[in-house]
Design a protein around this ligand. Sequence first.
Ligand SMILES: Nc1ncnc2c1ncn2[C@@H]1O[C@H](COP(=O)(O)OP(=O)(O)OP(=O)(O)O)[C@@H](O)[C@H]1O
Ligand SMILES: [Mg+2]
Length: 196
Amino acid sequence: MAKIITLAHQKGGVGKSTLAINLALTFQDQLSVALVDTDLQGSLYHLREEFPALTLIGSDQLKEIQQLAYDLVIVDTPPYLSNRLPELFKHSDFILVPTKAGFFDVMAIRSTLALIQEAQVKAGIVLNMVKPRSGLTQDVTELLENMGTPLLQTKVHDRVSIARSSITGGILNGHDPKAKAELMALAEEIVERLAN
Ligand SMILES: Nc1ncnc2c1ncn2[C@@H]1O[C@H](COP(=O)(O)OP(=O)(O)OP(=O)(O)O)[C@@H](O)[C@H]1O
Ligand SMILES: [Mg+2]
């Protein structure tokens, strides 16, 4: 059966879809990967033409998602807590929670983390859109470290190349070595945590 990696955070604009696409493209080198958008009105579906090499499926049916015949299924979720999330979380192998480092982003994370803890599933928080030399990040890091879900070592910085990655065919396809390194590190850290 496919391993399922789900991206979730009830706040919008934290990078769920961006990281979902780029992780799918990264893992695709080694595995057969499907990217599932559970938000049927969501942004991913519109990006289908930008990523012809990517298998993009719109579905919010857990049964359907579980039966996909791929090594890895990456599931993107909408910016609200739907009543389908608890079941999806329970049947995921890993939940990635991208968040911005802002105080309100971190406060908004709590209910997503509560659902994750109820589901007793492996998970990790990844700081995304980190600004260089931002003083806030240290406070926020401490806050996040005490929320019961591991904070990943990898941080993804605020980069033009990442913002533009949906029109350049993905980070790996672009020309920003720092962005590529962050994406690879993130993929590796997820694999490590999945295995342990
Ligand atoms: N590391 C980054 N650096 C720069 N821009 C980024 C980064 N990550 C995401 N973005 C940009 O931030 C915006 C929001 O990202 P994205 O759509 O992936 O968030 P989301 O969590 O899926 O939002 P929603 O919940 O509304 O679907 C996009 O314009 C995206 O290009
Ligand atoms: Mg999205």
